[in-house]
Design a protein around this ligand. Structure first.
Ligand SMILES: *[C@@H]1O[C@H](CO)[C@@H](O)[C@H](O)[C@H]1NC(C)=O
Ligand SMILES: *[C@@H]1O[C@H](CO)[C@@H](O)[C@H](O)[C@H]1NC(C)=O
Length: 505
């Protein structure tokens, strides 16, 4: 019969074992680089996020995943209690991870723990000094300049500077008269005149279909909760097409649009699509710039070497692509998921298929991007994914397209699709080069299309544009106050002060 070990000794033995285990594990702990806006309490975003890059003992970046569940991230309050937040660690499958969390309320002196096998790693725990405000708190930092600096926003955006360089100064009473008379035909155009005065948002809409103002309202409200904007007023085009056709200088008008085109002068801002995906990340919307980065199945080698496309019939070339795919099923898999612009014709276009999850697109190696009514707003997510993008030549662009280069970030093909098959055949023969293009696209997205970048672009645009206004905006009749949502977080007692000059970042 075995003699039972006294309880006290069992404890002692397990304690010794635990210490040994920890020492052994510590030797195998990877080095990590950790950075990102989510680690700074003064930066408020709907979803807080930061990045982890694994390194080897020589400080070189590791390019292999340590496993989807390698890191655990928890949040503590100073009293040691866990913070309730919806958290995710996304494995980008290349040795780097995205950590993101959506808080339910504000917290003071939050600590973020990054654990590997239960042990702190990097400089964990990361302490966020002072209040970390919830997205819904109205606690604007008083200086736009400081806010831009704290978020490390770019000083200049190529597209923005080009758009704004068309204007020396802007007299909004003249702009307003001209815009309303030219573009306010009910039913045809949808315009919204915004005035931001003392960080309050007012608007007046023109046209019948102005429902999309909910998108601009949402981002402008979110921005004014974070930073006090300069007084500014502008027109937003809530429709698809850019409005200000190139032509006589006298016809030039400053109008903000989601999509620009080579033959128009509109001032482009991030689309409602990527903006909403930023605001509603980890909420209503599952497709966003981070979720697509973490979707790396199947591996490059296992992807089907064909072009893939799904969508609706909003442009002739989309129909042409589907017909081309029916003739060349070994090169292209393209089907319509909906038809309402053109008459249905199963003989020509095949059956309407059920839409499949965007994440399943990436079973195919070549993602075909074709304009819809205007630019296809899915491009950011395609670029973020693990396949390579084939992009139709197009006069339409979003705010970041002009930073992209054909055959660096995507494979280009002619607007009439005449060389698409040839390009796909080329890709099949040049796999390494194509893989590299996919990688460049991923890197571009990582550097330019993060949630922070969407906020930066908007605020920088308001800031630069406001300096062109000849007169300070004044409230007028017919403008409606756009109200902040209320009662979401009782813990929004904006105690924080703007930083003094000396401790500016
Ligand atoms: C390692 O990764 C970090 C983060 O992406 C990057 O800033 C750094 O330049 C990389 N180092 C090397 C040597 O590539
Ligand atoms: C096209 O793609 C869908 C979705 O992956 C698949 O179910 C279908 O079999 C493919 N068609 C052809 C002809 O390969």
């Amino acid at each position: 019969m075995q003699v039972p070990i006294p309880y006290r000794d069992v404890n002692l033995i397990s304690l010794v074992m635990l210490v040994i285990l920890k020492v052994v594990l510590a030797k195998d702990m990877p080095k990590v680089l950790v950075w990102g806006p989510g680690l700074h309490s003064r930066i408020v975003l709907p979803v807080r996020y930061f990045f982890i890059q694994v390194q080897n003992e020589n400080g070189e970046n590791v390019t292999q995943s340590l496993g989807e569940k390698a890191f655990e991230v928890t949040l503590d309050q100073p009293n040691g209690n866990r913070v309730r937040a919806w958290r995710q660690v996304l494995d980008r499958n290349d040795g780097s991870y995205i950590v993101r969390f959506r808080m339910y309320e504000s917290h003071s002196d939050l600590s973020i723990n990054i654990l590997y096998n239960g042990n702190h790693i990097g400089d964990s725990p990361y302490k966020l000094k002072g209040m970390t405000y919830h997205e819904k708190c109205y606690c604007p930092i008083k200086s736009t300049k400081n806010w831009l600096k704290e978020l490390k926003c770019e000083e200049n955006y190529h597209q923005m500077d080009e758009d704004l360089s068309q204007f020396n100064h802007i007299d909004m009473s003249q702009v307003s008269k001209a815009a309303v008379s030219r573009f306010s035909n009910a039913g045809q155009h949808s315009l919204c005149h915004y005035k931001i005065i003392n960080n309050q948002i007012y608007r007046k809409t023109y046209g019948e279909h102005v429902g999309f103002k909910m998108f601009t309202d949402a981002i402008f409200l979110s921005i004014t909760r974070k930073v006090k904007l300069p007084d500014v007023e502008f027109f937003v085009n809530l429709g698809d097409w850019p409005l200000v056709k190139k032509g006589k200088k006298a016809d030039l008008l400053p109008i903000f649009s989601w999509c620009g085109s080579d033959d128009s002068h509109d001032i482009v801002m991030p689309t409602y699509d990527i903006t909403e995906a930023t605001l509603e990340m980890m909420g209503r919307i599952s497709l966003d710039i981070f979720s697509t980065q973490a979707n790396s199945d199947p591996k490059w080698e296992d992807k089907i070497e064909r072009g893939f496309w799904r969508g609706r019939d909003s442009r002739q070339e989309r129909l042409d692509l589907v017909m081309m795919s029916r003739k060349n099923p070994d090169l292209i898999n393209a089907s319509l998921t909906n038809m309402f612009f053109f008459p249905k014709d199963e003989e020509k276009y095949g059956k309407i298929v059920k839409a499949i999850s965007f994440f399943d697109f990436f079973k195919y190696k070549y993602q075909i991007n074709i304009d819809g009514t205007v630019a296809a707003y899915r491009l950011p997510y395609l670029l973020a994914g693990s396949s390579v993008v084939f992009k139709q030549d197009s006069p339409y662009y979003e705010h970041f397209y002009h930073q992209l280069k054909p055959d660096v970030h995507y494979v280009s093909f002619k607007r009439d699709l005449s060389n698409l098959l040839e390009k796909i055949r080329w890709a099949k023969e040049n796999d390494e080069e194509v893989k590299n293009i996919a990688k460049n696209a991923n890197n571009f997205v990582r550097e330019n299309l993060n949630p922070k970048d969407i906020y930066c672009y908007h605020v920088k645009l308001f800031d630069k544009y406001s300096k062109l206004l000849k007169f300070k905006p004044k409230l007028e009749d017919g403008f409606e106050l756009v109200q902040q949502p209320t009662g979401i977080d009782s813990n929004c007692d904006c105690k924080r002060k703007d930083k003094k000059k000396k401790d500016e970042l």
